[in-house]
Design a protein around this ligand. Sequence first.
Ligand code: MV4
Length: 450
Amino acid sequence: MFNKILIANRGEIALRIIRTCREMGIKTVAVYSKADADSLHVRFADEAVCIGPAVSSESYLKIPNIIAAAEITNSDAIHPGYGFLSENAKFSKICQENGIKFIGALPEQIEGMGDKSSAKKTMIDAGVPTIPGSAGLLKSQEDALKVAKQIGYPVIMKATAGGGGKGMRMCTNDEEVTTAWGSARKEALAAFGNDGMYMEKFIVEPRHIEIQIAGDQQGKVCHLSERDCSVQRRHQKLVEETPSPFMTKELRKKMGDAAIKAGKAVRYEGVGTVEFLVDKDRNFYFMEMNTRIQVEHTITEEVINYDLIKEQIKIAAGIPISGKNYEPIGHAIQCRINAEDPLNDFRPSPGKITEYHEPGGHGIRIDTHVYAGYVIPPFYDSMIAKLITVAQTREEAITKMERALGEYIIEGVKTTIPFHQQLMKQPKFRDGKITTKFLEEWDFKKDLTA
Ligand code: MV4
């Protein structure tokens, strides 16, 4: 087992990792930017190293500084958390070359999944269902028009280096394909330095359901059931839950098998997520594979009673997994509490938290790094807490969430708490009738100001 782990991250996930390390008897090193000197992850770690100024590109993304911090503290592994360097193939490789275990995917796995068109090809070869579309990248505008005709409108053009909706265009006719061919490629080139595009049939009002998997160094892969992340706004997840209200035992078996196939196809080591789009007839299609721990891993932990960070560390240390698949017990929901103003286009609202009181009681979990007097810096993402409720049924978990949101006091900054309070009351949400279209169709500003 590792002696000392450096955590190349900040905020709640840095704390989350430190906590598990402490339970495992592993020493921890925090790294921090000048803007985070007063952060809890700095105080809770055994050691802390300042790695640069506030701006991420000069600190949390600065590979030489992080490697140097690992060397001087004699760390034998690095946990990258999510975001920042967690899916950076180059960083994974540099760790490897310096004899530091990267607690995440191997460079070739990150690379293979980062290119969406080649990831899709890998999945087709492995027998994982994918969305009908172009065989690989589109060669020209004429090729795009030809493929669109073959698969039939509506279609969607996607950047192979994409994710998060950038360089993605839905097209309903030839003219839109012609326009998209220019604009989407330009956008992708600017964002990723890669303008490779592929095309798929557009799935109308899909659900986003992802399967958590774990694979060990011995080649065993298991699934840890699903999370429904259909409540998203501009590709930002706001609420996640498990089990999915749309799930059946049969579908879980099929999607779980497909996710395991996906993991085995790349000999996946560590915990990962296979994202699927699910249509109204419960057909499911591979969308992307994430090779990191995710923000929403918490809800899975609650329904399968399993510490996923501990599992990541054990797998990285070469300890085999049991290999059995997990069924969820009970129901867990997570609301992302962001320092954002839901009435002003979710504009970030950094600043000092003047008053802070957390909800508590049975079935409540809060993962956060904030406290009364904490100043939220403007440089990083605006998530300040994850509020998770766990109960025997979905209805009870929602009721508990309403109660907890009502108890949560955060003053000095705007937060998404009022948004979540209204969401929990929405009949469509309560009925589990949520697709990725749901937030577009709901006039939440009206409900927030009523
Ligand atoms: C799609 C789709 C419909 N049909 N692909 C959005 C992000 C990117 N990872 C893939 N995305 C989508 N791909 C086909 N063939 C609809 C979306 C999509 C979406 C997917 C998941 C969660 C939220 C979404 C919001 C809008 C569009």
